[in-house]
Write a protein that binds this ligand. Structure first.
Ligand code: LLP
Length: 418
């Protein structure tokens, strides 16, 4: 669900006409609905209200500090994967003791910053990493709280690029190795085992892979506590899917009930790391039709946004609904919606039936709130678009459009290249 809807034939975000935002900041522009984000967070959080839990929003899905602040005010923690995300979460006011640090390649510098900030725990993904974490903690005279991320070898049945819990994926530690590692860290001076973690993939549309993974985690948990190690946090990662087209993902309540049912004997505090389900449908990318052209074989609608702004269609063949900002009566035609970048992979939709479009028409590319702006780049030296947050009848520019100055700011020509 979301708060983008037509009123008298014109697309609104909450109480604000999209056209009003466009006349103020131009196109392309990302627009997010604060009401949608808040609602999604609350529904997700309340689904777990019967048990001790912490929702650590996965910052990678949309890391704008204004969005993080909105979520912090609702009580969210954060799942981070870099020093940059740590800085964002802290700047937004997310308490350090609600932050978990995931990822296969944390550097010693990132570990140090997180330890100094006092985060809740590190989700460690290799035995090598555990060793480095111990060294860094020792240099600071601290004990690093950690969970091991295990690889439960469960197929989440999603796109191969976002499948993470199979043995062929780079993520997590095999079960047997994890159990051995826990044993070694009991009473360790610099490592403090407090949790167990898994994340099996993203955009999952059924609960059964989550339950299968949880069954594996339960067996490991029980074995680890039998060594006298007091685990407290069971981190189930993120991954709950959303509707882009005609998917039927389980509602958060059903997902929560399945996890709670399975985990109840462990008396663990559950940690969840949702990203997409909180912000995915809360954002759209607005773009303008620059040109249309017909080559006798196909009709192309060339818009002013491109794969550098939203890469999901190109990278994952992802479907994003496209609707006109002003509703159109009359006929439809089959077109490719493409961007200005010099690659045939630069498209938002192929062979899509859309109302007949002309130069200057505005289009909304839906469900672009997650993995949209955060995956954008300056490819083709394009300036990244602004981000706007709508809250009721007000809107705020939460990141301005990049300028040519920004584009060139970090580069320099060697002095002798005269
Ligand atoms: N926790 C961990 C450790 C993760 O790696 C991820 C996502 C999440 C939580 C959040 O997953 P979510 O609830 O958003 O599914 N760029 C891709 C998605 C990559 C997901 C990476 N990891 C896309 O656009 O579909």
């Amino acid at each position: 669900m979301h708060y983008f809807q037509y009123k008298n034939g014109e697309l609104f975000c909450e109480e604000v006409p999209v056209k009003e935002i466009v006349s103020s900041v131009g196109t392309p522009v990302y627009i997010y609905s604060a009401r949608t984000i808040s609602r999604h967070f609350r529904v997700f959080d309340e689904a777990f209200s019967g048990v001790s839990h912490l929702v650590c929003y996965s910052v990678k899905a949309n890391s704008n500090v204004a969005i993080l602040r909105l979520l912090a005010r609702l009580g969210a923690g954060a799942d981070i994967v870099s020093g940059g995300e740590l800085a964002r979460a802290l700047k937004a006011g997310i308490p350090a003791d609600k932050i978990v640090f995931s990822g296969v390649g944390k550097t010693p510098e990132e570990m140090k910053a997180a330890l100094e900030a006092g985060i809740l725990m590190f989700n460690v993904e290799s035995l090598d990493e555990l060793e480095v974490l111990s060294e860094v903690a020792s240099s600071l005279g601290k004990r690093a709280p950690f969970a091991l991320r295990v690889n439960p070898n469960v197929d989440p049945k999603t796109h191969p690029y976002i499948t993470t819990g199979l043995k062929k994926n780079k993520f997590g530690i095999p079960e047997e190795q994890a159990i051995e590692a826990y044993k070694k860290t009991k009473d360790h001076p610099f490592l403090y085992p407090i949790g167990l973690d898994a994340h099996i993939g993203s955009q999952l549309t059924s609960v059964s892979p989550f339950v299968d993974a949880l069954k594996r985690l339960k067996a490991i948990w029980e074995e680890v506590i039998s060594f006298g190690i007091e685990l407290k946090y069971l981190d189930m990662g993120g991954g709950l899917g959303i509707v882009y087209r005609d998917e039927e993902p389980p509602p958060p309540k059903e997902y929560a009930e399945a996890l709670i049912r399975e985990a109840k004997e462990l008396s663990a505090t559950l940690i969840l790391e949702p990203g997409r389900v909180i912000v995915g449908n809360a954002g759209v990318l607005i773009t303008k039709v620059l040109y249309t052209k017909e080559n006798g074989f196909k009709k192309f609608v060339i818009v002013d946004a491109a794969m550098n702004d939203l890469i999901r269609p190109s990278l994952y063949q992802a479907y994003h609904e496209i609707i006109p900002v002003e509703e159109k009566d009359g006929g439809k035609e089959v077109v490719d919606v493409v961007g200005p970048i010099c690659e045939s992979g630069d498209f938002f939709a192929r062979e899509r039936k859309l109302p007949v479009l002309k130069r200057g028409d505005l289009l909304a590319i839906m469900s672009a709130g997650a993995y949209g702006f955060v995956m954008s780049s300056n490819y083709n030296s394009r300036l990244r678009p602004p981000e706007v947050l709508v809250d009721g009848d007000k809107f705020y520019v939460i990141r301005r459009r990049e300028s040519i100055f920004d584009l060139l700011a970090l580069e320099s020509i060697p002095v002798n290249y005269v």
